[in-house]
Design a protein around this ligand. Structure first.
Ligand SMILES: *[C@@H]1O[C@H](CO)[C@@H](O)[C@H](O)[C@H]1NC(C)=O
Ligand SMILES: *[C@@H]1O[C@H](CO)[C@@H](O)[C@H](O)[C@H]1NC(C)=O
Ligand SMILES: *[C@@H]1O[C@H](CO)[C@@H](O)[C@H](O)[C@H]1NC(C)=O
Ligand SMILES: *[C@@H]1O[C@H](CO)[C@@H](O)[C@H](O)[C@H]1NC(C)=O
Ligand SMILES: *[C@@H]1O[C@H](CO)[C@@H](O)[C@H](O)[C@H]1NC(C)=O
Length: 493
């Protein structure tokens, strides 16, 4: 398993581009306003007056999406009723590779309740014809390309009579010339999906790429994390440390992670990490980093005694160890990170949150665990055998909200002898280096690769499994040409 993974990593290290470095651009333009401000991520925004001399500015109705808090760039836009094509001219001194995001929110600015259809272009190239779905009123488009000359232009253009183009925001970030060097620099990459196991953005990502976790994890896969301080990161795409330190791994070490990629052409970059074991204090820090709600606590979680953090309890040893973790009713969501390194835990209470994905196998392997409460979450899939076979652990009933798995919890109570094989496998998983992946998929519209080539590159580098009994988890998404495409992880057993 490790050899193929290394091959693919090396593939990413080959840089085709040898452009000289240029001065960096990190520009965020809020269209339709002259305001300058700093947003919650400490990113500075400027109005669009310096970059365009045409069009009309309008406020939008941001109350339409109540109760969601919309970012400030949605509150104004610039519309272009007159010209067939209208362009923002943005200086990129010295040229170089850039990431450009164009953002759109119609917000019924014209009172017509009818979002228009129009084209988005960059430099002299067609990017995409935009249509707004009723259920997703904001559109964010991202492309990566090499700027020819000292400026880049981002344009909106009419495609139908009476349909007025508009735009709300443009973000331009210079990239290192070697980034995404596995793609011919004369072509543009259009982002389809950028997946990490935790949400990551600026300032964790220097280049302000937006990394989002999958909504659900396919059955049989878990999330684990590692200590980046001892991590050797040398990938030209410069994925941020926080992306690499959280990785996907198969809960059963003898299974593979399989990606089924449909409807090419596209290109994808995968990042692999060899995960290392963490100390419990570092894991606590990672938990805090992952969940905003936990960040208020600082200092020593255990000391002085009686002033321990509200959500942990510690042993009264010379060097206190964390024996209880109570994250109940804290409004925490998405996938649960691997905190199995906190091996002194006796009580774990995670009830009444919105955790999703499969129930991690590591719960069954805490040597001292007595009580586990996972009720009122969105876990799915079977209860891992490491848990059902561990008679030391009292599982609270009503484990899952999405379906009734109380019966298997009850069954567990009647079971007397544990399945030793399951336990051995689970221990192997935690001991062995876990090769795991973080996935980036970028749509590469004009690339002339066939499904077969992609499949064989993928299989040649990752594994040689036979495709039987596939369990596929699909994540639908739209391709830039408007066709429906999908990217899926699948686990074959
Ligand atoms: C870019 O700007 C520099 C300095 O202003 C100038 O010397 C150079 O000719 C410009 N390059 C292009 C392609 O316009
Ligand atoms: C990182 O990778 C590049 C290209 O393979 C290599 O030249 C460089 O020496 C590596 N740096 C480190 C610190 O390993
Ligand atoms: C569940 O948690 C929410 C906060 O996330 C809290 O407001 C609510 O009261 C809790 N419900 C119960 C039954 O504890
Ligand atoms: C259950 O507890 C006993 C006594 O503490 C311990 O020896 C045993 O290893 C535990 N079993 C599991 C599966 O952790
Ligand atoms: C792991 O997968 C292998 C191969 O599919 C299977 O034989 C084994 O029983 C599985 N182990 C566990 C603990 O589920």
């Amino acid at each position: 398993m490790s050899n193929p993974s290394i091959t693919l990593s090396l593939l990413l290290l080959i840089s085709l581009s040898a452009k000289l470095s240029s001065s960096r651009v990190f520009l965020s333009i809020d269209c339709g306003t002259s305001d300058t401000y700093t947003d919650l991520l400490s990113i500075n925004w400027v109005g669009d007056g310096d970059y365009i001399h045409t069009g009309e500015t309008h406020p939008t109705d941001t109350s339409l999406l109540f109760p969601f808090q919309l970012p400030r760039w949605t509150s104004t836009l610039r519309a272009f009723p007159d010209l067939r094509k209208s362009c923002y001219t943005i200086p990129v001194p010295g040229g170089g590779k850039v990431l450009v995001r164009a953002k759109f929110y119609y917000g019924n600015y014209d009172g017509n309740f009818s979002p228009p259809t129009f084209a988005l272009n960059f430099d002299a190239n067609v990017w995409e014809v935009l249509t707004f779905a009723a259920d997703s009123p904001t559109l964010i488009k991202e492309a990566i390309y090499v700027v020819d000359g000292n400026v880049t232009s981002v344009c909106v253009a009419q495609v139908e009579e009476g349909q007025v183009p508009f735009i709300n925001a443009i973000e331009v970030r210079s990239l290192d010339s070697g980034m995404y060097g596995n793609v011919d620099s004369s072509r543009a990459l259009f982002n389809m999906k950028r997946i990490a196991l935790v949400p990551v953005r600026f300032p964790d990502d220097d280049f302000d790429r937006i990394w989002s976790p999958p909504i659900v994890l396919p059955d049989g896969l878990g999330v684990t994390n590692s200590d980046t301080s001892i991590m050797h990161v040398n990938i030209t795409d410069r994925p941020p440390a926080s992306v690499l330190q959280n990785a996907l791994y198969p809960l059963n070490a003898s299974n593979s992670i399989i990606l089924a990629l449909n409807d090419p052409p596209f290109t994808y970059n995968l990042y692999f990490a060899e995960m290392t074991k963490l100390t419990s204090m570092k894991v606590l820090k990672l938990l805090q980093n992952q969940f905003d709600a936990l960040q208020a606590w600082a200092g020593d979680p255990c000391l002085p005694m009686y002033y321990n953090w509200e959500w942990v309890k510690c042993s009264s040893d010379q060097t206190p160890r964390i024996t209880s973790l109570d994250l109940s009713s804290m409004d925490l969501s998405r996938v649960l990170p691997d905190f199995s390194a906190m091996d002194a835990l006796e009580y774990i209470d995670l009830h009444n949150n919105s955790f999703s994905g499969s129930i991690p196998d590591f719960f069954g392997n805490f040597p001292n665990l007595k009580e586990l409460n996972l009720a009122d979450n969105y876990f799915s899939g079977p209860i891992p055998s490491s848990l059902t076979n561990n008679n030391n652990i009292t599982l609270h009933q009503k484990l899952c909200q999405s379906y009734n798995c109380a019966t298997s919890a009850e069954k567990k109570k009647k079971k007397s002898s544990g399945n030793k094989i399951g336990l051995i496998f689970a221990i192997l998983v935690s001991i062995l280096f876990i090769i795991s992946i973080v996935v980036v998929v970028l749509l590469y519209r004009r690339q002339k690769r066939t499904a077969e080539t992609l499949q064989s590159i993928y299989e040649g580098n990752m594994h040689g499994q036979h495709h039987t009994n596939a369990r596929v988890q699909e994540m639908p998404m739209r391709a830039t040409d408007g066709q429906t495409s999908s990217f899926s992880f699948s686990l074959y057993k």
